[in-house]
Design a binder for this molecule. Sequence first.
Ligand SMILES: Nc1ncnc2c1ncn2[C@@H]1O[C@H](COP(=O)(O)OP(=O)(O)OP(=O)(O)O)[C@@H](O)[C@H]1O
Ligand SMILES: [Mg+2]
Length: 451
Amino acid sequence: MKSILVIDDEKEICESISMILEYEDYEVETSSDVLSALKKIEYMMPDAILLDIQMPKMNGFEVLTWIREKGIDVTVIMISAFSSLENAVKATKLGAFDFIEKPIDRDKLLISVRNAVKQAGLKKENKKLKESIGDETVIIGESVKIKNILETISRVAQTEARVMITGENGTGKELVARAIHNGSKRSDKELIEVNCAAIPNELIESELFGHEKGAFTGALNQRIGKFEKANGGTLFLDEIGDMSLQAQAKVLRAIEDGKIERVGGNNKIEVDVRIISATNKNLQEEIQEGNFREDLFHRLNVIPIHVPALRDRNEDIPALVEHFIKIVCDKNGFPAKNIKPVGLELLKKQSWTGNVRELRNFVERLLIMVPGDEIGDSDIRQYLSGNNSKQDELLNISNSFQEFKENAEKAFISKQLDANSWNISKTAEILGIQRSHLYGKMKKYNIEKDG
Ligand SMILES: Nc1ncnc2c1ncn2[C@@H]1O[C@H](COP(=O)(O)OP(=O)(O)OP(=O)(O)O)[C@@H](O)[C@H]1O
Ligand SMILES: [Mg+2]
């Protein structure tokens, strides 16, 4: 079923469009408040959006600009009662797919939506094709750590076991989840992804389990939740550590019963899903702090896979760099380039707090910015600007050697705390000092989370 999001401040318009489209078997969501509509766009990822131009708070053009700036790939049809040529031109310039005048003509609407959905489908297929060429789904790495992960993946993929993937941001957790799904018996069905951190708390239940028409104010239509959508396939609960306790209880019940209930519904629906979850949080700590249910943790954590930080397996860097060079050059039509061995050595020495994602972005930046087909260590030094400017900044704010040492110590400790998700014991261990000593330093330098 194709999903359409209608955004119009006039509720009647939302309702009449949704009636027309639902009759033709589209799944329709509506939003008459533009700010909540923005959130919906992000987590719903509809096949097409119908977007009104004149709205309070933010007009349709601003919404469209926001969509493009966020890099959200969705087909948008603009609707307006004021059909000036100027509006139509502006809409096209901003990348709108079509422009429909109010009052809405049923046939015109249906044709436009059908074409928009078709175009979105083609785009998706194209993207899939491109990805398979550059093979962005393959997991690269020569370290023992990655080899062990690959072995675990091949061992568990064919089973029905629930898998919990942990690791810092950008280490490749999603890649691991996809590899498990692709290697499983469920690979002909979908992998449905839920970003638990992106969904507002009050909506997570309806996102996961769906709702019946009229279940709550604003539930104009029935909606199928992610559990049902993943039926027969895999449900990927990303950022599970950010799920509210209330939603955790419901997920636990769904797992125990193998059934779900739509919000406002009164019968149970059987669902057959395999759950893979991921988080960059330390769930043991979250359990201790009362933020995560221990029983749910044990249900989900049947097979744990920890993806180590890149700095702990820097022998993977040369192969990853080669892989990203190939992808980036193919994508941009660049002739093949290479990074000199001294350059690779330099890359291996960086701490990569953003892990593989940061490395990938850095390689992309080098390939685009450095002329010629050979990239050396001096080029790399120049673009490792983040680190250099940090050093300059330290020099600038320090009036004496003592002050410089203290500022550097403060920066180093903050960075390590960040890299270890503010896990004090772990950070102290890595720094080779006692926990109490680390606390003392944090107090001395006023180091606090988020600032
Ligand atoms: N071993 C790897 N081989 C090839 N590409 C990788 C590898 N690990 C990560 N990547 C690439 O790095 C980027 C980040 O990976 P991914 O999105 O899977 O990380 P993540 O752990 O889910 O991050 P986050 O915690 O931010 O959600 C992606 O472009 C992915 O393709
Ligand atoms: Mg991820």
